[in-house]
Design a protein around this ligand. Sequence first.
Ligand code: NAD
Ligand code: ZN
Length: 359
Amino acid sequence: IKLNINLNERSYPIYITTDYSDLKSSLDNAKINGKLVLITDSNVDKYQSQQCMDSLRKFEGEVFKYVIPAGEKSKNLDTIRDIYQYLISLKLDRNSTLVALGGGVVGDITGFAAATFLRGINFVQIPTSLLAQSDSSVGGKVGVDFNGSKNIIGAFYQPKFVYINVNTLRTLPKRELQAGLAEVVKHGIIQDAEFFDYIDYNVNKIFSFDESVLQYITKINCSIKGSVVEKDERESGLRANLNFGHTIGHAIETVMNFELLHGECVSLGMVAAFRMAQYLEMIESDLVDKVKNTLMKIGLPVKLENIDVDKVYNQMFYDKKIKGNKLTFILPRKKIGEVVQCTIDDEALIKRAIADLKE
Ligand code: NAD
Ligand code: ZN
């Protein structure tokens, strides 16, 4: 399956496959030659590198591999400096390519290194986590954390292509797979009710790695994210809809000291957003239950008994660096598949929606 992201001269294809065998032809199609450096992390290296490297070696140019320690703690400028040093030691030129094999951390780091080394060299994404396949590898946002702030240093830098092998999900820890599904469900909620129902209906097939279901989900998912990015590459308006569930979700993530995965917090944030919409009479209450049911079927959290409502509430203001008392939320309108941006200054209502997460 092939999709195209249309961004004028920065347009690129997304290939959705079930193995690594088409990597060489994808590189040829992108007219990539020269040296190729695969960047991956210590976990992905264990499970995926071998097959991927075997396939890359069919490519004419020289192929190198660089492994960073797995985890968000690697997503910083120290790792970037180490990568620059490695690239310099290989005498890479402008014609070279960095290939990111891994989750969102590897993709964001590799993309940032590619965007900045020699003012920009080729970049290819081979996302291996569901979060990366469904979200972070499409859209061109790359970057690192700095001084305790997430993604605060970065760039918009589009890859030459994205190569998704859905079978990489087989080695992903189940909790990571579940967390990645939160963003997939989010895409259904913001734009496609039928897709939402498809996910709900096929949860078991997802967890048994049914190739055709995974490929279909990836296709719809990337086209939803892609269509939003096409209309708003540099996030000035519409792209904000992708933040559905994230205003409260991010705050929970921080207040819980990153003990919960990002997708798990987004799941909680989406439930709270539906509650807010219910209290604002933008949706019927049965819709809240419908969404909760789907999230629970996936195994995502829909409640957090020990949530500190005031802390979460205050954290949202820190996150948005907002003065005064107005927060912007993306909320569902009438049905699944449609959202609107709402500025809300009703503290009691917001806190009630957060407090509801206790039960
Ligand atoms: P991650 O890259 O840390 O991957 C999660 C874990 O799964 C890691 O331990 C990793 O080693 C492991 N893993 C990945 N693929 C595997 C596989 N196939 N088999 C076995 N283990 C595997 O985290 P993530 O959830 O993929 O991504 C999170 C990052 O993405 C965050 O840093 C976040 O800021 C970023 N992000 C970026 C964007 C964007 O638009 N650029 C969007 C959303 C999130
Ligand atoms: Zn997210």
